[in-house]
Design a protein around this ligand. Structure first.
Ligand code: ZN
Length: 363
């Protein structure tokens, strides 16, 4: 069958898996690389220097993730250091400035890069679901160009569970699940304490390599993290934890404390995390989507299933700041529904109100 988002199949050592991705996604990664060089221009070189301490931390704590990136760079035919920098959102979004490095900041007070990431999530476990399954619904909002670089990558790396993940450029994971029963969805956050460390985008790769909720949670809270997404970690045993993190702090919310449901978008919700918010002007456009996620969690408690999740991701209330997002810096470039109990994922490319869902499964 043909899939709306193409699948990349991999198997082998981490280096081999990366190399297979690099070859399969070569055109997309070269285009992303060219876009980055064009966007940053003269700033790219100083950013490369600033990314070195991030690389050192990642090599120290997650050598396999680095090996996979090295294989990928070789497969694409671009310098490894450049591919690594493409993963350091903390630098690309200017969250970490020059002070932590002997190199001067390349920005000199200019406006920061537009933050083009947004996402809306509803997560449900028993007793909130109709069928007793664990259901996840996630809309991924990115800059429009990301639409062309989407893949579903099946990671079959030695010593790890099989991972099926939606990726940008084949290598940079957005959401996914593994055959040990762990899923990761979640949202971009904008924090004011980002620092040199393991890039949050690469931590995601390690979270999905874990075989149980506890180790996935430990990975998300790794004490050398440069920053954090809002990571929603779900287990097929019926537990879901929302990790609303920053580099130096985190708030955990468990689904069982909320009748089985969790909802989140792109701003901090936990009281102890509010001081870390750095993007106050965009809270309003995140809060509308968040309110709808909570509306669904409450209104459909006990009956959440595929149909309710599909309705949620197509929701247009509060347009243009709706869950199914058509306007603004970021638009919905893909939509995901996951039945973690059955280890199945459905994906729609583009806005889910205009595009059908297609099933993807672990082998
Ligand atoms: Zn729509």
């Amino acid at each position: 069958m043909s899939y709306p988002i193409p699948i990349i199949e991999t198997r082998g050592t981490h280096y081999q898996v990366g190399q297979q991705i690099g070859i399969a996604a070569r055109d997309a990664l070269r285009a992303m690389y060219a876009e980055s060089l064009a966007e940053y221009g003269d700033k790219w070189k100083p950013l490369l220097a600033l990314s070195k301490p991030f690389l050192d931390k990642t090599i120290e704590h997650f050598p396999k993730v680095v090996q996979e990136l090295q294989g990928c760079a070789a497969g694409v035919g671009i310098p490894f250091d450049d591919l690594f920098l493409m993963s350091v959102e903390e630098l690309l979004y200017e969250e970490v400035r020059g002070e932590t490095s002997p190199h001067p900041s390349p920005w000199k007070g200019e406006g920061e890069r537009e933050r083009k990431k947004g996402c809306s999530d509803l997560a449900a476990a028993p007793p909130a679901t109709r069928d007793g399954h664990v259901w996840l619904a996630h809309n991924n909002d990115l800059g429009k160009s990301a639409y062309d670089y989407l893949f579903v990558t099946r990671f079959r790396a030695e010593g790890e569970p099989e991972i099926l993940a939606v990726t940008v450029g084949g290598i940079f994971i957005s959401v996914g699940l593994n055959n040990a029963g762990i899923a990761l969805t979640g949202n971009q956050l904008n924090a004011n304490d980002s620092r040199v460390g393991v890039p949050r985008l690469l931590l995601v790769r390690d979270i999905l390599a874990q075989r149980n909720l506890e180790s996935a949670l430990a990975s998300a809270l790794h004490n050398e993290r440069a920053s954090s997404y809002n990571n929603i970690i779900s287990s097929s045993d019926g537990r879901i934890v929302n990790v609303e993190g920053s580099a130096t702090s985190a708030a955990l919310t468990w689904s069982e404390e909320h009748g089985g449901t969790l909802a989140h978008t792109n701003h901090y919700l936990a009281e102890n995390m509010l001081p870390f918010e750095s993007d106050h002007q965009n809270i309003a456009t995140s809060a509308t989507r968040c309110e709808r996620a909570f509306d669904y969690a409450n209104k459909y408690h006990g009956s959440i299933d595929y149909e309710i999740c599909a309705r949620f991701v197509r929701d247009h209330v509060y347009e243009p700041w709706s869950v199914c997002k058509h306007a603004g810096q970021s638009v919905t470039v893909f939509s995901t529904l996951i039945d973690l109990t059955e280890q199945k994922m459905w994906l729609a490319r583009g806005n889910p109100c205009q595009n059908e869902f297609a099933p993807y499964a672990l082998t």
